[in-house]
Structure formats: C-alpha cells, structure tokens
Write a protein that binds this ligand. Sequence first.
Ligand SMILES: Nc1ncnc2c1ncn2[C@@H]1O[C@H](COP(=O)(O)OP(=O)(O)O)[C@@H](O)[C@H]1O
Ligand SMILES: [Mg+2]
Length: 249
Amino acid sequence: LNKVRLEQENERKEASAQIIQASKLATLGEMSTSVAHELNQPLNVIRMAAGNSRRRISKGTADLEYLNAKLERIEEQTVRASAIIDHMRMFGREANEELEPINPRAVVTNALGLMGEQLRLAGIKIVTEFSEDCLLILGHSIQMEQVILNLLTNARDAMTEREGEKKIILRVFEDDKSVHITADDAGGGILENALSRIFDPFYTTKEMGKGTGLGLSVSYGIINDMNGTLVAENIDGGARFTITLPSVS
Ligand SMILES: Nc1ncnc2c1ncn2[C@@H]1O[C@H](COP(=O)(O)OP(=O)(O)O)[C@@H](O)[C@H]1O
Ligand SMILES: [Mg+2]
C-alpha cells in the first residue's frame, strides 16, 4: 500500500512539475514581445556607435581616444544584451528541487526587467515601494519570478480596456517573521462571483485564446510549496494580491 501511495505521490509531483513548466513556457511567450523591445535598445546604441566611428574614419577625423570610447560603449551594450538573453534562457529551464535563500526585492526587480518595458508601452505606470530591511526567503527564484510575472500579466489584462490612470504598485516589506509582497492594480477588481474560484485550475473569465486559467493556480502552488500564502482581495478601484513567505532567520 505504501508503495502505491509513494507512486501516486511521485506521479502527482511529476504532473505538477509539467503544469508549472507548461505555464512557464506560456509566460515566456508573453514575454517575447517585451524582450524584443529590451534587446532593441542596446542594438540601437551599438549601431549608432559603429556608424559614428565609421563616418569619422572616412572623414579622417577619428582619433584613438574617440574610437576607444565608442568601442567601450559597444562592449558595454553587448554585455547588457547577453544579460537579457541569459536571463531568458534561465527562465526557460526547469527549476531544481532544492529551496535556496533568495532576495525578494531582486525577484521583483528581475520580473520588471523582463516585463517592465511591455507594461510601460501599454501605458501602465509602475511604482515600487521597497522597505529598507532585506530579509531573505527560502524558495526558487525563477518560479517566484514566474508568480510575479503572472500577477503583472493579470494586472495588465485587467486594465487594458479601462479608462483612467493605469498603475501597478509593487510593495515588498517585512515583519518579524515574514516577507510580504503585494501587487495592487487599478483594473476595477475581481468579479464578485469569481473571487472564490480564481485559484482553481483552468478558471478564466478571459476569452478563448487569451486566458488559460492556469496563472493563479500555478502561482498558488508555487507559493504553497515555499510554505507561503497567496491571497486575493479587492481594494479601491482594483485588485490586490498578497504573497506572504516565512523569512530566513
Ligand atoms: N488583477 C486582476 N484583476 C481582476 N481580475 C483578475 C485579476 N487577476 C486575476 N483575475 C481573475 O482571475 C482569473 C484567473 O486568472 P489566471 O489564473 O491568471 O488565468 P487567466 O489570466 O489565464 O484568466 C482571470 O480570468 C480573472 O477573471
Ligand atoms: Mg493570468
């Protein structure tokens, strides 16, 4: 009997890992627009630096100091571009099982590094309020990042067709035992009859092809595996999602 139970447990773990991976790939798809934009930035700088240098060379006015500065700039920008690509790659990989101490502010900052540009292009203002303390949490940074990306995507979707200021406020703060991360939006809030179901797998109010209904259920599972909680509530004008995780002492 024990053996059967163990097998069932292993199957459950396997299935849940597959769902997490599938949903991560969906998030990755979401992000590709954003990443294309982030990559364009360094490429533009590189093209300009190269173009200016060539012009000076052909005019015969390129001194070594000038060229050196331009080449330095090009080097710098390729480092930036590789960092963006490395991050994407890491995000696509399957997470290992071990929990490790991670910095919640870095996780939020990394998520914004991947999606910030896309949100700004959608006219959404992003405000971050990080308290000074900096306790660590035990978790998987990439999975944790996926949770933040899911919350940002949902906030964006909720605000897409709305009038008025579009804004997401991300806060990280702590008390003696826990770290809290909240995401507030101005998307009008969660429908009253949906509140009790939003964490169910495949529950979505979005049209076919837009929503999978997996974002919140996967996020809930990830936070739960890290011994934390994910809670939704409506606030003035929008929704608030709160992640609470035990801090590493
Ligand atoms: N920030 C939000 N504001 C309003 N409703 C939300 C928000 N986040 C989630 N929801 C509701 O919860 C549902 C489930 O979300 P999710 O699990 O991420 O799936 P999906 O985004 O694919 O619909 C959404 O369809 C939406 O109805
Ligand atoms: Mg979603």
